[in-house]
Write a protein that binds this ligand. Sequence first.
Ligand code: TYD
Length: 138
Amino acid sequence: MPRSSVFDCGIIPLNKIHNRAGNITILEGRNNVPFDIRRVYYLYDIPGGESRGGHAHKELTQMIVAASGAFNVLLNDGKNQKIVTLNRPDYGLLVTPWIWRELLNFSSGAICLVLASHKYDENDYMRDLNDFIGLTHD
Ligand code: TYD
């Protein structure tokens, strides 16, 4: 998988169908989610102010949605870094492979919905920041 940069990652505005009884947003693989969705998971009951993540993936592409509440996502490709705030359920953040990500400053009650291009594989993780940065400078 070619390495990508933080400039390949970004916000994808999602649809929202609104009516008197609330909103619905629809996510479809290879449509508004630009990959086949093989796994969905969500983070919840995260203590306010807590952080998660702190790893990169070799092959995995993900879309991250703040289904409820808000948090920041720090993205780092080994050379460039950017921070994205997610605070709307109708925006998705595309995170390409070879991007170190940290999920920071969860609001209490936040739900982080993640759509993933592959099933869980611990061998796909890079969990040491110094090793990751070294690899991106090869
Ligand atoms: P991890 O990806 O390290 O969580 P985060 O980046 O949000 O802090 O995963 C936390 C734990 O859950 C770890 O023991 C691996 C396990 N896990 C699975 O078994 N399957 C999965 O699909 C995911 C995402 C995690």
